[in-house]
Design a protein around this ligand. Structure first.
Ligand code: HEM
Ligand code: CA
Ligand code: CA
Length: 296
């Protein structure tokens, strides 16, 4: 029951307001576009796209920010705050934080030279969050192909959606701790690529854990199909990335996206819309938060 025109009369300046704030954040740091896209994914995979990831922990509330996939990793919360402040100025009390995340993710992709689409809106904000659901629902980079397929399928996303959405790794960065085991233990990795990544990600755990490397070695700040071109050359950074091209059922989808950027764009758009539809709060469920970090 989400719709693309949900705020057309209640907040006609929504899109221009969000986009200009996202644009200025990306102008300061291109990586921020990647961080905002990932926040939307990590929201939607935990009890649906309900802004749960945005809630801060307090002395009597444990949210999702310190769940394993998010701790020392999820970023961009200050930008969401800046967008919310700007949106509250033009239409106070109207737009949910969950919808702001959806629009910010769409704009981030487009500003980094990717496609654009009409986002469906009308989500309301959760009054709860779940650290355990975040730990159990967001796939870790150690996942194998079957585990990835089943995590996505549990949310109604197909294998094709999985591969298209994983194309989000065409932008952004990962920490050494997320890919060290692949560099030192795996053989389905191109040798010169592994050698060059090892220089900034030493073997011993506890050393250089937070050192960053681009998920797409070619164009980490451009939303294109190079992620898939890397995979067919065994240059996926994460174990989970290379699982999508490792002799299994998704090889043909990866090859298709590697050779046809237009089909990647259109499948990515469909899958983003599908992911954005995961169990939204609507009607009188949830609330429109005043501050994205806390319930009203
Ligand atoms: C398929 C399962 C997925 C796994 C296992 C996975 C795992 C990861 C990991 C481990 C990182 C690096 C985190 C760090 O080291 O701090 C990362 C970063 C990222 N992920 Fe995913 N991811 C998946 C799917 C997705 C999806 C569906 C999207 C969006 C559509 C996405 C967007 C991103 C982006 C943009 C970054 C970089 C963020 C930044 O630079 O701040 N990922 N992912
Ligand atoms: Ca959520
Ligand atoms: Ca790229």
């Amino acid at each position: 029951q989400l719709s693309t025109n949900f705020y057309s009369s209640s907040c006609p300046k929504l899109f221009s307001t969000v986009r200009s704030t996202v644009q200025s954040a990306i102008s300061k740091e291109a990586r921020m576009g990647a961080s905002l896209l990932r926040l939307f994914f990590h929201d939607c995979f935990v009890n649906g796209c309900d802004g749960s990831i945005l809630l801060d922990d307090t002395s009597n509330f444990t949210g999702e920010k310190n769940a394993n996939p998010n701790r020392n990793s999820a970023r961009g919360f200050e930008v969401i705050d800046a967008i919310k402040t700007a949106v509250e100025k033009v239409c106070p009390g109207v737009v949910s934080c969950a919808d702001i995340l959806a629009v910010a993710a769409r704009d981030s992709v487009n500003i980094l030279k990717g496609p654009t689409w009409n986002v469906k809106l009308g989500r309301r904000d959760a009054r709860t969050a779940s650290q355990s659901a975040a730990n159990n629902g967001i796939p870790p980079p150690t996942s194998n192909l079957n585990q990835l397929i089943s995590r996505f399928s549990a949310l109604g996303l197909s294998t094709k959606d999985l591969v298209a959405l994983a194309g989000g790794h065409t932008i952004g960065q990962a920490r050494c701790t997320s890919f060290r085991a692949r560099l030192y233990n795996e053989s389905n990795i191109e040798a010169s690529f592994a050698t060059s990544r090892k220089t900034n990600c030493p073997r011993a755990s506890g050393t250089g854990d937070n050192n960053l490397a681009p998920l797409d070695l070619q164009t980490p700040t451009a939303f294109d199909n190079n992620y898939f071109r890397n995979l067919v050359q065994n240059k996926g950074l994460l174990h989970s990335d290379q699982q999508l091209f490792n002799g299994g059922s998704t090889d043909s989808i990866v090859r298709g996206y590697a050779s046809n950027p237009t089909s990647f764009s259109s499948d990515f758009i469909s899958a983003m819309i599908k992911m954005g539809d995961i169990s939204p709060l609507t009607g009188s469920n949830g609330e429109i938060r005043k501050n994205c970090r806390r319930i009203n």
